[in-house]
Each structure stands twice: as structure tokens, then as C-alpha cells.
Design a protein around this ligand. Sequence first.
Ligand code: FSX
Length: 356
Amino acid sequence: MVNFKKKLTFLTRRDFLKFCSTLAVMFCFSELSFSDIALALEKAIKKPPVIWLSGQSCGGCTFSFFNSTNPSISEIILDLLSIRFLSQLTSDAGEDAFKIFTQTREKVKEKYYLLIDGSIPLNGKYCSFGELNGREIFLIDLVKEVAREAKAILAVGTCASYGGIPKSGPTRAEGVQEILDKKVINIPGCPPHPDWIVGTLVNLFLVGSVELDFYQRPKLFYSSLVHQSCPRRSLFEEGKFLTDWNNSRQKDWCLLLKGCKGIATSSDCPARGWNDNLNWCIKANAPCAGCTEPRFYKDFSPLYEEISGIPIPFFKRIGVSTDSIGEVVAGAGGVGLGIHFIRRVLKKRLKNKGKR
Ligand code: FSX
């Protein structure tokens, strides 16, 4: 077994090739020989360096990233990025992990891209990164320090973007932007689609910037509501809402009354699909959980209950167009307003409609 810690500091050509062959086995890069890996790693220094830290999470965001199909994760690691540190791939813990991280940072001469998945607990003791001289290093302190030298900061996943599921717990979990003065690019999703992560990075490399929406999400991937291009949209228009999972007549009907949050959720899931466009939540007959929104999870739960305050069938009965509803929901979400505001605007529109 190759001693990775030793190799990081004293790497002979022979050791390096041995390291590459181990890496090939570790990642199951069946399509690549270890010499391909060696060649790519030798060029790595010219590729944009990436440091990836993890906070409170289930680990799903990094695994979603590993599931990238186009480009494949092997292409990303070998041709696109120089991932210098990714905690999920570090076998060490405690003081050893911290030493490796410090060495890595010292070796990265140019400015790096900092990726963070998982939320940051404001109460630092709930998420420590490692140890230094027997002292715990809290993630919140490390992120603040590492962010200072970063070229760009990406919050990967809803936990890192807005607090996500851990925000419902007792650790005072927040998104990365809450603890930094520098601008953070949010790539929400629980987990985020691999294309959203890779696509944002590639855009940053090529163009140098990405256009963001109100919630600091790249407009490239988050500019339309799931509802707008939902394959069940016509059933929604017809007022066919699934109320009984066991009723075969209601198969493929709109899932709004079963908790679908697609009407208030921005993402390109309907067009992009998941797992190489094989499937996605609504295609799999599951309501959209609204996982790309700042309100996920706490204010969008329970998952299987109708989103509160938007009595869609009522609005349909009185003839308000669903485009108006989508537009108003998106607008209100964009400025962080509540459901009562949406109701007010819709009522006003109805009144004006009556006058015309
Ligand atoms: Fe959160 Fe990510 Fe959901 Fe899990 O790292 S966005 S719980 S998929 O893993 O942070």
C-alpha cells in the first residue's frame, strides 16, 4: 500500500507512478491506464487548483459530483481540475488530516477555487475539521481563513448555500455566505446536479464570472420554475390533481396536492433530468421537494403536504392563469416575500381583470 502522506512530501518518479496505479484502482478508472493518470497529474499544476471542504451534510453533494457523466469524473479530475484537497477522499483524521491540509495549501502557489459542501454551524463545536497541537479546529474558523485567499467561493448544495436540512436542527447551521464578507456563488440542490457544479466551474474558468440570481444561484441553471416546463403541466391546467396514490385513474396527474413544490422552485430539472437524463423526481412519480430553494427544508416541510397558503384549485376555479401564479410566486420568492403577499398580488390582478 502506498503511503500517501509520505508521497505528498517526498515523491520520486517511481513512487509517483506507483501512486498513480493505486489511484487508478481506487477510482475504478477502468478506461484509463495508470500512465494516463500519471500524464494528467504531471500536468495538474497548470490546471485551476481546487480546495474542497465539507461541513454538516449527508455526503450526497460530493457523491453527486462523482456521478458526473458528461464529462465523467475521471475526465474532471484528470483533464479539467486539479483537486488538491477533498476531505471525503482523505483517509486521515485529526492532527494528520490537518497537517495534510496545511501542506496542500502551502503548495498551491496561485489563487485557488474554494468549494464547500454542507452547512456551517455557528456553534463551532458541532463541526470540527481536525486538530492542531491537540486543539480542535472548528470548520467555521477554517473556512473564514481559507476563503481570504480564494479566487472564487462556491457553496455546493443547499446546506452550504442556505443551511438546508441541518438548519432545522440545534447547531445554528447556516450557509457559507452568512459567515463571509466575500461573495459566494450558491449551487443549491439536495444534492445539486453534477452539471450545475461542473458547469459553473467551467464557466468561471472560461469567462471568469457567472451571472447570478437574487439568491446568488447561476442563472444558467436556476432561471425557470420547475412548474413552467413540468411534463404534468397540462394536467395541472385541466385541474387534475392526484389525491390518492392508489387510484390508477389518477396516475400521472399533477402532484401539487401531494406536496409538490415545483411551482415555487427554480431549477432546470425537467429539461436536464438526472443520471444522464434517465429520470428525475416528478418523472419517478415523486413530488418536487423544492430542494434548490432557501426555504428548503424547514419551510417546505412536510414533504408530502401541499405548499401552505397557495390554494391553487381555488385560483383555477376563479380563472386566474397559472402563468400569473408562477410569475408571482417567482417574483415574491425573489425578494423573499411571504405567501400572504402572493395572495394580495393575485387578488389585485383579479380585481384589475374585472375592471377591464
Ligand atoms: Fe446537504 Fe450535501 Fe443535501 Fe446531503 O454535502 S444539500 S443534506 S444531499 O450532502 O449538504
